[in-house]
Design a protein. Structure first.
Ligand code: S3P
Length: 441
């Protein structure tokens, strides 16, 4: 279904951030493994997360929705996961599938992992290789992709592993397998990636040791630890809030407050990059949830200037490059993104999808191997293009945000994937004053 975003002059209002996708997956997974009943509130009810809930239920946990964003999960505890009698279907979710490969690895069961066309094209070797070192066997499709059948085992070997890519999914997969391995599993990442698994594992009663060695981050977990049910309030998602923030920054009349957002240095790269480009970002402490700090953040119209995005910010803004590209297109001057080759293996090839999104809307942009270079339009993005989203939710949302401040409307070929991560996106944007309509311009 096509959607079109028509230009507006004001983006204003106050909203509560939707639940964080990463934390929502982890709350269902850890709740499903723990002994006892966990109560989760603020869960993101996006398709990706709901699939993880269905998978945990297929593996023996009791997963029940008790209200809006409120879920009750009774974990398998010491009786362990059972062999599922259905395929484990992760839909579009790299996070759900990669984390669950690590979970299933530690139990003597066999499970078939499947997903949609986009997920079935994404590399799983990055988690299958270390899991194989730990002792699992698998049969995967060509190129180590889904569909695949994984055979876990109860005598998994602990490993010491240095992932070749900065990836929280890989780190988390190995830590979750390590929870059921014999000995101490150690992951050494050359640059820290989002650390929600470490924080939430601790919240569920596991001991997880972390240490820094310069920019490197070392995480260790001893096998054979049991998890205990918890009450978890899922913090607001800084990746989803980035769309609202960007809409305010590029608007001539922008003033948006997003409440209850997670503040975590492994996730705030977009906000730091936007500040480097001249945005004013306000933050007020409002407590904590799920081992994370919570803040209310405010955003307003800004005179944005292009910038060279520091490479060391890349892991902490890995999902935000499509929306950063919209800021870059709106800004004056040149923005350079490099060191972001991981974008090629996200829900779409996000480097080429971003470049096309800007180009069809009249923005001068150059594609590079590991990023892109944008010539800013100094507040006057021409617009008028139809963006191919390649079934990528973040391309779809970025293009619609761009349309709010372009000279002509911006259309997208398909809005359905937005439901994977931010089902309330259209409602939230409309509440702030965006003019979004189904159909072509
Ligand atoms: C995630 C990790 C990131 C991110 C994804 C969520 C997670 O992926 O892109 O949206 O919850 O661990 P990578 O680990 O592949 O960078």
């Amino acid at each position: 279904m096509m959607w079109t975003s028509h230009p507006v002059t004001k983006i204003t209002g106050t909203l509560r951030a939707p639940g964080d996708k990463s934390c929502s997956h982890r709350a269902l997974i850890l709740g499903g493994l723990a002994a006892g009943t966990s109560e989760i509130s603020g869960l993101l009810e996006g398709e990706d997360v709901l699939n993880t809930g269905r998978v945990m239920a297929a593996l023996g946990a009791e997963v029940e929705r008790v209200g809006e964003g409120a879920w009750r999960v009774t974990g398998v505890g010491s009786s362990g996961l059972k062999t599922p009698n259905v395929d484990l279907d992760f839909g579009n979710s790299g996070t759900g599938s990669r984390l669950m490969l690590g979970v299933v690895a530690g139990y003597p069961i066999e499970a078939r992992f499947v997903g949609d066309a986009s997920l079935s094209g994404r590399p799983m070797g990055r988690v299958l290789d270390p899991l194989e070192q730990m002792g699992v066997t698998y049969e995967a499709s060509e190129g180590k992709t889904l569909p695949l059948v994984l055979s876990g085992r109860s005598d998994l070997r602990a490993i010491q592993y240095e992932p070749p890519h900065a990836s929280a999914q890989v780190k988390s997969c190995i830590l979750l397998a390590g929870l059921n391995a014999e000995g101490e599993t150690v992951v050494r990442e050359s640059r820290i990636t989002r650390d929600h698994s470490e924080r939430m594992l601790r919240g569920f009663g596991a001991e997880v040791a972390t240490a820094r060695d310069g920019a490197a981050n070392i995480v260790s977990i001893r096998g054979g630890q049991n998890l205990t049910a918890q009450e978890t309030l899922v913090p607001g998602d800084p990746s989803s809030a980035a769309f609202l923030a960007a809409a305010a920054m590029i608007s001539t009349g922008g003033g948006v407050v997003v409440e209850g957002m997670m503040s975590n240095e492994t996730r705030d790269g977009f906000y730091r990059a936007a500040s480097l480009m001249g945005a004013h970002v306000g933050a007020e402490d409002v407590g904590d949830a799920a081992g994370e700090r919570l803040i209310d953040m405010s955003f307003e119209s800004a005179d944005l200037r292009g910038a060279e995005i520091p490479v060391d910010l890349v892991p902490s803004m890995i999902d935000e490059f499509p929306i950063l590209a919209v800021l870059a297109a709106h800004a004056s001057g040149v923005t350079v993104v490099k060191g972001a080759e991981e974008l090629r293996v996200k829900e779409s090839d996000r480097i080429s999808a971003v470049v096309n999104m800007l180009r069809v809307n009249g923005v001068d942009v150059e594609e590079t191997k590991d990023g892109f270079i944008v010539q800013g339009c100094d507040g006057a993005i021409p617009g008028g293009g139809l963006v191919e989203t390649h079934h990528d939710h973040r391309i779809a949302m970025s293009a619609l945000v761009m349309g709010t401040a372009s000279q002509k409307p911006v259309s997208i070929d398909d809005a359905s994937m937005i439901a994977t991560s931010y089902p309330d996106f259209m409602d939230h944007m409309q509440a702030l004053g965006a003019d979004l309509r189904s159909g072509p311009a």
